[in-house]
Design a protein around this ligand. Structure first.
Ligand code: AMP
Length: 366
């Protein structure tokens, strides 16, 4: 089915967490019905949606039911099994972003190899299949270096720093002796990200850059639009375009960047979905990343990406959500609460966007 979705059509979302929830809210504003597939009953996304299918992400029966109910399907996380996408596609549903983007984003070695093949720079890396390969890679890339599992890692999980050659065996054991990537340490000045989108017709939309700070491998804040030079901005735009076009991508993508001394940008990783560092767009842009993703997947024209405010987005993890009363009383703060029942340590419970006037005039670099 290649026609654009119309209000009244149904969008399926694989994954019922906060990203699925905010996608669902944006989709319902455009008049779509939303069905969520998630193994957990009562997920944050299903509570704002019209339908839920409670089943594993690779349950063929559930996927066929989803295909029957939905005119298009998307997902909120990149580790959707490839077979699930095949089942949906065979059943005649549009799935976006497509299987190529998922495959590339699911494997850190394939991801960096693909990026380098497009001429997009990353930190130096080596594929690691055993301890002797790791020792050789530490010798060639130098230490410190970061050992990451090839698959399944996120928010700093499955990652161990190797400080010297003697630490290789311990690090290999710590990640469970599984296929991995060793990355040279990127001596970055700061971390930036660019949220970008490509429509079914190949049109591209790119948001202003965000500047990110992490704590314990987890995103803590994004300040956007980040103060960057016009060269940095055009580098990020070139990188985003190359990746979107190289994957024949449809949807919103998050591209995490390291800004090196001298201004060169390296790509850390790509997320083939809406991204935590794009949450500022909900209050900083007319068309936020969630609506943008729904528009792209539905085959609608992409929306505007210019910022109308300066925003500082802060994630509220675990018990930080208990500070909600003070935040609710602050007129500069917009709250986005995910409706999760239990505030486990480190769990993303909400985020807040603190609003500031947009920097203008000669001092404004973005
Ligand atoms: P990731 O899960 O790959 O996004 O990594 C989480 C965080 O670890 C990044 O946002 C960086 O702060 C840091 N990090 C990841 N890879 C590298 C690297 N090669 N060099 C330096 N820092 C890194």
């Amino acid at each position: 089915m290649n026609r654009p979705l119309a209000p009244g059509d149904t969008l399926g979302i694989i994954g019922g967490g906060q990203l699925g929830r905010m996608l669902s809210q944006a989709a319902s504003r455009l008049g779509f019905n939303v069905v969520i597939l998630d193994p957990e009953e009562n997920s944050p996304a299903c509570r704002v949606s019209q339908g839920q299918i409670v089943a594993a992400y690779d349950n063929p029966t559930a996927l066929r039911v989803m295909a029957g109910a939905c005119q298009a399907v998307t997902f909120e996380f990149e580790n959707v099994p490839a077979r699930s996408i095949e089942i949906l596609t065979e059943a005649g549903t549009v799935v976006a972003p497509g299987p190529r983007a998922l495959a590339v984003a699911q494997d850190r070695v394939d991801e960096k190899t693909f990026l380098n093949s497009l001429g997009v720079p990353t930190t130096a890396f080596a594929a690691i299949d055993n301890l002797s390969a790791l020792r050789a890679a530490v010798a060639s890339l130098g230490a410190p270096a970061l050992l990451k599992t090839r698959r399944e890692g996120y928010d700093g999980k499955g990652q161990v720093w190797i400080k010297d050659a003697a630490g290789a065996a311990r690090a290999w054991a710590a990640i469970g002796s599984q296929p991995a990537i060793l990355e040279a340490k990127a001596e970055f000045v700061r971390e930036l990200s660019v949220i970008c989108a490509r429509g079914r017709d190949g049109s591209i939309a790119i948001y202003p850059l965000g500047e990110n700070t992490h704590a314990g491998g987890v995103l803590k804040t994004t300040v956007a639009p980040a103060k960057v030079t016009s060269q940095t901005k055009s580098q990020a735009t070139r990188i985003a375009r190359k990746i979107l076009e190289g994957l024949d991508y449809v949807g919103v993508m998050g591209v995490e960047l390291f800004e090196m001394r001298g201004g060169r940008l390296l790509v850390n990783e790509i997320a083939p979905r809406v991204h935590n560092s794009g949450h500022w767009t909900q209050d900083g842009c007319v068309c936020d990343q969630f609506e943008q993703h729904v528009r792209a997947v539905a085959g609608w024209p992409l929306g505007p990406t210019a910022a109308h405010a300066q925003v500082e987005m802060t994630n509220l993890l675990g018990n930080e959500i208990k500070g909600w009363k003070a935040l609710a009383a602050d007129p500069a703060v917009r709250m986005h609460v995910y409706g999760k029942r239990e505030a486990k340590p480190g769990r993303k419970m909400a985020h807040v966007n603190r609003m500031k006037p947009l920097r203008r005039g000669p001092g404004r670099k973005n």
